[in-house]
Design a protein around this ligand. Structure first.
Ligand code: EPU
Length: 336
């Protein structure tokens, strides 16, 4: 047995919400062999297993029994591929650092996804997306281990069944696999995607991937709180996708409501706008609040617990439901 297992490990600094949490046992495997060892150990001993990525989309309870595994596989490399480049990035690579390194090399594809906190291994689970781009647009394959027997597999992008904040890893494969590596397809050929907000105005005539990534960072910093300063998990709710009838009813009442027709005829609404319209922006109760610059982000002022956060979020969702008749769904996962 070579993998180190730490007892009573403090995870307080390992989640961007800043919730206090202690793991009964903790391991950070550095390569696939160690990861397989950790999975086998939990299986043999009957320990409940919790997988941790960068901790940026996660709500932690005060204590996690069993074994918490945070993959620390941290290599990434490029593979030339015809006109483009394949990027291999292991699960523990910091997503934003990878995005900036690729943008600095003049590669197009991930620049709109700059400054999203978290590790590469978690990115496919909710199909991270921002500013008109989703991971699924650039992902070619996902390498993984099955949790039950440690066997390796590779899923192509189609098998990942990506949707808005959705993938097979939240459905058929939920809690059954551990992602070990992403394979992305990037290109040196310019293909800026600048339709969101005033991105185009921020980057000038002949944008580079780095200029776009820096503009995205600037936009995010204006609206989203830095987890190092104020605990948060980014958007706390999904943007709800409603029927055309519901959207028409709401638009009749509020013609300026932001709305985005979907290919299937339904309509995506902006949860941040709905919360804002309820007058909740900047609302604080106890240790939690609604961010004063982006109502979709709930913030933790310190000293709170997962239970209090969930109760606070319920109160926000209840107000949106009673005002608009729309149910909000939580985005961050509840661990344990
Ligand atoms: N809005 C308000 N008030 C608010 C917040 C938003 O009126 O307090 C309005 C905005 O004016 C805009 C609309 O709602 O008309 C949408 O707002 P925004 O462009 O800020 O984006 P979002 O829908 O709130 C989504 C993602 C973000 C991503 C941005 C940019 C989800 C759940 N969230 O937010 O992702 O950065 O678009 O693409 O889809 C995350 O998932 O953690 C995240 C930050």
């Amino acid at each position: 047995m070579s993998i180190a297992v730490h007892a009573e490990h403090d995870l307080g600094g390992a989640n961007t919400l800043g919730l206090p949490c202690v793991a009964e046992r903790f391991a950070a495997p550095r390569h696939v062999g160690e990861l397989r060892e950790a999975l086998a150990l939990a299986g043999d001993r009957g320990w409940p297993l919790t997988l941790l990525g960068g901790g940026s989309n996660l709500i932690l309870p005060a204590r996690l029994p069993g074994l918490v595994v945070q993959p620390a596989l941290e290599r990434w490399w490029l593979e030339p591929m015809g006109e483009g480049v394949r990027v291999h990035a292991e699960a523990g690579v910091d997503w934003h650092r990878l995005v900036m390194a690729l943008a600095e090399r003049g590669l197009w594809g991930t620049e709109n996804l700059a400054l999203i906190p978290g590790h590469c291994g978690a990115a496919p689970i909710q199909n991270i997306g921002a500013y008109g781009v989703e991971l699924g647009d650039v992902l070619e394959a996902v390498h993984l281990l099955h949790r039950d027997d440690g066997r390796e597999a590779v899923l192509g992008a189609a098998e990942c069944a990506f949707g808005y904040r959705d993938s097979v890893f939240k459905r058929a494969l939920a809690d059954r696999v551990v992602i070990t590596r992403l394979v992305l397809r990037l290109s040196p050929t310019p293909r800026p995607r600048l339709a969101y907000g005033d991105l185009a105005g921020r980057v000038g005539e002949a944008p580079t991937p780095l200029a776009v990534a820096e503009a995205v960072c600037a936009v995010r910093r204006e609206k989203l709180p830095d987890p190092a300063e104020l605990g948060n998990a980014g958007s706390f709710f999904h943007n709800p996708v409603v029927t055309a009838d519901t959207a028409a009813r709401l638009l009749h009442e509020a013609p300026t409501m932001p709305h985005f027709p979907q290919p299937d005829g339904r309509v995506k609404l902006a949860a941040g706008w709905l919360i804002d319209q309820c007058g909740l922006k900047g609302w604080r109760e106890g240790h939690f609040g609604v961010h004063d610059r982006q109502a979709l982000v709930l913030v933790h002022f310190g000293g709170g617990s997962a239970e209090e956060l969930l109760a606070f979020a319920d109160r926000v969702a209840e107000q949106v439901s009673s005002r608009f008749g729309v149910m909000l769904q939580r985005e961050p996962r509840l661990a344990g």
